[in-house]
Design a protein around this ligand. Structure first.
Ligand SMILES: Nc1ncnc2c1ncn2[C@@H]1O[C@H](COP(=O)(O)OP(=O)(O)OP(=O)(O)O)[C@@H](O)[C@H]1O
Ligand SMILES: [Mg+2]
Length: 269
């Protein structure tokens, strides 16, 4: 049997703080195959970031198992490349130094880390900004820089928590094309969290839908569209049908069924 890149079984997590309990995850089972791109969608607060933080080894869950490449990730950071929901660029480090950080943390000598980071600035659309401070960069550039830092981490598995969350729709579309191109150059296994159903279906092989808190997986929708996917794909009948299924699954607990219905009726959409 082939070991999946990511395997989560019976995962549960309850936050306990000052006598208050918040059950964030409820018996989550998920497998992501080697080289597969899975998008995770679900209402705000359903536990998506919690799931990623468990897989990144940063949060020890109250139950269940989480493995990366057949190895338990529980309490064990470093098995994945993780881009947290906030970009977490260090304001006192220039762009190049920020990009190299993930490699340096993995023990790569500073000079080599920076040389490897520098080589990718062009690919990530950041050429000429090696010495810029994060504050001098646009939102899109900062997110590409955070992605570059994540990509440089020597791991086959990327966990991306709303990597394009702060961007406007046009910049986002550009980033989708760009991310697909980068992954075509160097394929990875990706687990992406997003609020944007279209983004999920444009980028992923499979979209997994979570219920409101405590998060459970309630639906899986395949996105079997040929690559590279052009922005125009969103109006194709197969895409529209897949989107309606995801929205309906979200609506079961969150009240967006009407939206899914509209989607089905939309003429020529
Ligand atoms: N450190 C913490 N202590 C206590 N409760 C927490 C903590 N982190 C998250 N929670 C709670 O756990 C639940 C899940 O949070 P999480 O951040 O995983 O949601 P999410 O699905 O990523 O939401 P969003 O889409 O808004 O980013 C929320 O109710 C949140 O308030
Ligand atoms: Mg989150």
């Amino acid at each position: 049997m082939v070991t999946p890149a990511v395997r989560v079984e019976g995962l549960e997590h309850t936050f306990r703080q000052k006598g208050r309990e918040v059950r964030a995850l409820d018996r989550v089972d998920l497998e992501v195959g080697e080289g597969e791109f899975v998008a995770l969608v679900g209402p705000s607060g359903c536990g998506k970031s919690t799931l990623l933080r468990v897989l990144a080894g940063l949060l020890v869950p109250t139950g269940g198992s989480a493995e990366v490449g057949g190895v338990s990730a529980v309490g064990r950071p470093g098995l994945v490349a993780f881009m947290p929901q906030k970009d977490l660029l260090l304001p006192w480090r220039r762009a190049l130094a920020n990009a190299a950080l993930g490699l340096e943390v993995h023990g790569v000598p500073r000079k080599e880390a920076r040389a490897r980071a520098r080589a990718l600035f062009g690919v990530f659309g950041l050429e000429g900004f090696e010495q810029a401070w994060p504050v001098q960069m646009s939102g899109g550039m900062r997110q590409r820089l955070a992605l570059l830092r994540t990509f440089l981490v020597p791991s086959r598995v990327l966990l991306l928590d709303e990597p394009f969350g702060a961007l406007d729709a046009i910049t986002r579309r550009g980033m989708h094309a760009w991310l697909q191109a980068v992954l075509a150059l160097e394929p990875r296994t990706v687990l992406l969290v997003t609020h944007d159903v279209e983004e999920a279906l444009v980028l992923a092989d499979r979209v997994v839908v979570m219920s409101p808190r405590p998060g459970r997986l309630v639906e899986e929708v395949a996105a079997p569209f040929p690559r590279a996917r052009e922005p125009g794909i969103v109006t194709s009948p197969g895409f529209v049908a897949a989107k309606a299924r995801v929205l309906a699954a979200l609506g079961e607990g969150g009240g967006t069924l009407a939206e899914a219905g509209e989607e089905r009726r939309a003429p020529g959409a």
